[in-house]
Structures are given as C-alpha cells and as structure tokens.
Design a protein around this ligand. Structure first.
Ligand SMILES: [Mg+2]
Length: 365
C-alpha cells in the first residue's frame, strides 16, 4: 500500500471557558489544528493531526499546512506504508524540525496500516502492555490563588488523584498557588508542578525549597531550554523528582538529559516528538538507560489523542502508573472531529480497539 497524496484541513477551536489555560507560556484561549487525510493506492485513508501552538513548537497553522502540502507531501508520495525508517528519513531530508507537521503524516500512516491489517495501532506496536483504560492527571493553570482553590476542589470531585499546577510566572504567586492547592487536595493525592521553562535555576531551587512542607511529588521542566546542567543541579539540591518536557523534542535532546543525569523521567508524545515511531526511539533509549517516561500534551484533538493513547498502552516505558500523563486534550473542547472519539471520563482515558487509530470517520470534508 503506497501513499498517493494528502488533503489538509485547518481549524481553530476555542477552549471551553472553564478550561482556559494559563502558564509560563501565556494565556491559551484556543488551539489551532491542521487535520490531514492521507490517501493510498488501495483506497484506504489514514487520519492525522498537527496540534499547533507557536509559543511551544514554533509552528503556525498556515506554515504547517504549507509544509505539509508543498514540502512533505512530495517527499512521501509513492512510499510504502509501514516503512517508518524510510518515512522519517524522507521527512527529515526535506524539512528541519516541524515535529507536529511530521507527526500528522506519520500517525496517518499508522492509521492506514492498522485499517489495512484490521488491527489497532497498539497491536502493530507489539501489543498492549497495560489496560486500555488508564489514568491521567489534570493540569491546573497558573490562576489566582482563589481560582486555583476552586478549581482544585472541582478536580478532586471529578476523581483526579494527581493534580498538576502551572508555575513559572511570578515566584511569590507561584508559591502561594501551589500551597493553596496542596491545602485543598490534602496529602492523599499527588501534587505536581510545571514551570514550562519559566524559572531560572536559582528561582526554581528557591521556590521549591519554600514549598518543602507541601510535598511536591514531581517537578516538571523547572529550568530553561538548554540548561541541562542547571536541571541536574536543581534535582541534586532539592531532592525532588524531575520530569523533562519542553526541552525534549528529539532523541538528541533525550541523550543530553540522560548524559547530564538531569531528570528522573522524560515526557514523550507523538506530536512533540515527530510521530509514534520517533517517540518509540526515545522511549527505548530511555528504557535502556534506566530512565522512565511519561506522556505530555499540547491539548490534542481527537486524532492525535488517539495516537497518544495507543502509545501509552503499547510501550512498557510510558510509566503512567508512576508518572500519570496528560491524555485529556479533547475534554478542553466542545467540538468533535471524528465519528468515534476516544472515550474520556474524568481522569480515565480508554484506548479504542478498532482498526488503526480507531477513531472512525472524519467529520469535516
Ligand atoms: Mg509540560
């Protein structure tokens, strides 16, 4: 089965008012997507999605669509679906970075392959190593202390057992917000904070030391991009567990993190890492070096969230039991884009066992 072309669709969706996100990256009111339908010579289409946030990946919707149509499409026409090494080689040969655009094509190939073989993607990846239904944490924005308290109460009532709080803004406000959330959720639940590169190492150490009595179960991306040494120093001086996220787009970054002993775990996901097969490369490498992984998010929609879910259930090193991830993206939006969206109930996401990504038909044409 060979690739014959692709069709792209651009879409902007507002976040639900209750789910607007504030972090060190600013306020997020809505997200941009380029959804693709990848065509094959056997008449089977694969679906893919690029989830776009310029502050996060540098990609913009018009640029992503142009890259997909004019740069990546010509490079993959005629390629046999299933040869992911060759696919990644061809994508990289014509285009640097643009991880989310590349991931859209790559996940569409997995979808088409699964449909052709009548198998879910997790089976193609070697089979499920954990239940199809797994638990996520919820990210609470860098809200005012009062808003954060209200939100934390809601999240507890919805059944979330791990709650992440965005920090990396004004240090004093960050500390007060985290303390308020710990007071609300008590010590029976896990508390994670995420600075999204917004702190420097000195600020990170200072804030986390002020929060010593709050038992931070995990600190995500406490230090800026490229500061592997600072991250290692933070980990050593505070003694808290560290999850790397915003600075790990590819295997070279993962190697730097591991070489510097900078983190306890790495956040991996198909969009950020350029596809499922690229994520597997990082997961395998980290596993070989005794480093666990979790799964992060760019608030994906219905297609990319399914790619994430298949990866979670198929790879032993996506240790969501120890480091719950963020596989909740579609709950931030009221609009659906596929006929069989992934089921998400409170903290629980259930991976589809249908063929391919298992999301059914695209609802836009
Ligand atoms: Mg993160």
């Amino acid at each position: 089965m060979k690739i014959t072309g692709l069709t792209t669709y651009r879409k902007h969706i507002d976040l639900k008012d209750s789910h607007k996100m504030r972090s060190a990256l600013g306020v997020n009111h809505g997200n941009e997507f380029v959804v693709i339908r990848l065509h094959t010579d056997e008449g089977i289409d694969g679906l893919g999605e690029a989830t776009i946030t310029v502050r996060w990946s540098g990609e913009v919707p018009a640029g992503c669509e142009q890259v997909l149509n004019e740069v990546l499409q010509p490079a993959v026409i005629g390629l046999e679906i299933g040869d992911f090494d060759e696919l990644n080689c061809r994508l990289d040969a014509v285009c640097s970075r643009n991880w989310f655009a590349k991931s859209a094509i790559e996940m569409a190939c997995w979808d088409a392959l699964g449909k052709a073989q009548e198998k879910p993607v997790y089976e193609l990846l070697g089979g499920a190593v954990r239940p199809l239904r797994f638990e996520s944490r919820f990210s609470l924005g860098a809200y005012t202390e009062e808003h954060a308290r209200q939100r934390a109460e809601e999240l507890v009532s919805w059944g979330f057992r791990t709650i992440k709080v965005k920090v990396g803004t004004v240090p004093k406000e960050d500390v007060a917000r985290v303390r308020a959330v710990r007071e609300v959720i008590g010590f029976d639940r896990d508390l994670v904070i995420d600075a999204n590169c917004g702190w420097d190492v000195g600020t990170a150490i200072d804030c986390v030391q002020q929060l010593e009595d709050c038992r931070l179960d995990l600190v995500e991306q406490p230090t800026p991009d490229g500061d592997y040494r600072g991250m290692a120093r933070f980990r050593c001086e505070t003694g808290v567990k560290v999850l790397a996220d915003d600075i790990c787009f590819d295997l070279a970054h993962a190697k730097e993190l591991i070489d510097h002993d900078a983190c306890d775990a790495i956040s991996v996901y198909p969009g950020k890492n350029g596809g499922i097969s690229r994520s597997v490369e990082i997961l395998d490498y980290a596993q070989k070096h005794g480093v666990a992984c979790s799964i992060g998010s760019n608030l994906e929609w219905d297609i990319a969230i399914s790619a994430m879910a298949h990866l979670v259930v198929a790879h032993p090193n996506v240790k969501v039991e120890e480091y719950p991830g963020d596989v909740l993206g579609p709950t931030y939006y009221s609009e659906r884009i596929v006929s069989n969206p992934v089921e998400i109930m409170g903290p629980y996401t259930t991976t589809s066992n249908g063929p391919g990504l298992g999301v059914g038909e695209l609802l836009i044409r």
